[in-house]
Design a protein. Sequence first.
Length: 310
Amino acid sequence: MTASAAASAAASPTVSASLLLCCDPLRPARCDPHFADHATAARDLGAAVALLDHDALLAGDAAEAVRRVPKDLGPLWYRGWMIPVAAYAELETALAARGGQLRTSAEQYRTAHQLPGWYHRFAEATPASGWLACAPGQAPTREELAALARSLPPGAGIVKDYVKSRKHEWDTACYLPDLADTEAVHRVVSRFVEVREDSLAGGVVLRAFERFSAATGEARIWWLDGGPVLTTPHPDSPELLPCPDLAAVRPLVAALGCRFVSTDLALREDGAWRVVEVGDGQVSGLPAGTDPSALLKTLFAGTDEQLGAG
């Protein structure tokens, strides 16, 4: 070992996990350029980087998807594109067969990634919601949607699936001006299901509409083992970084029982901080230009200690 290599090794912290990143679809032996900064930061921190073929995983070939992951790599954190919950479970199994263990289990991933998994823990801190399971391309009936809408407070709402909305198509596939207007609700929900195509996750969610301060923006809080480890702007408003009070949110995150979680918080017009979204931290986006080193350093230094430790 050269003197410079020895100095570099001495400076690198001891890490407790490796990093699994998506490969470049055009050059599978290389990292997806979108996550190249993660690969650099991980290696600088002394962690091994393995590559996942995200396209192969979504195509149903989990064994091929992990073919480039070294055997017996041990614990792994994933950072990459969203993965359907069923495919994540297949990934967990395929990695285990090669001696790799995802730090976030398939059950934990489902809980944090899909609204029905986290909603009941956060019901008092997030807009009122209800949902109906449905397959891609099969919108609920008018009667089903009317019954669901009646379970929510009167007024406006939005539609999303278990994971994502179409807020960039606000008027046609997201916003519901009056939840009591069954025809309008059915029209917008049907359009939402249509444009989500095969990407529809789980089913349809109706949420009560709350007005948030546009001037404040959203804060994305990153949590590990129930404690906040990083606050960033939301990727949609990287120029705004509010500083929400986390006292009411912290016990909710801890009670969720998931290791690595993100929460998006926004200031309602009446001055209350509200949880807009909860997500699995592995597939939550950092704002463009954000150095991932601080987040990865925390992940690699973490242990399997009991949830709730801050």
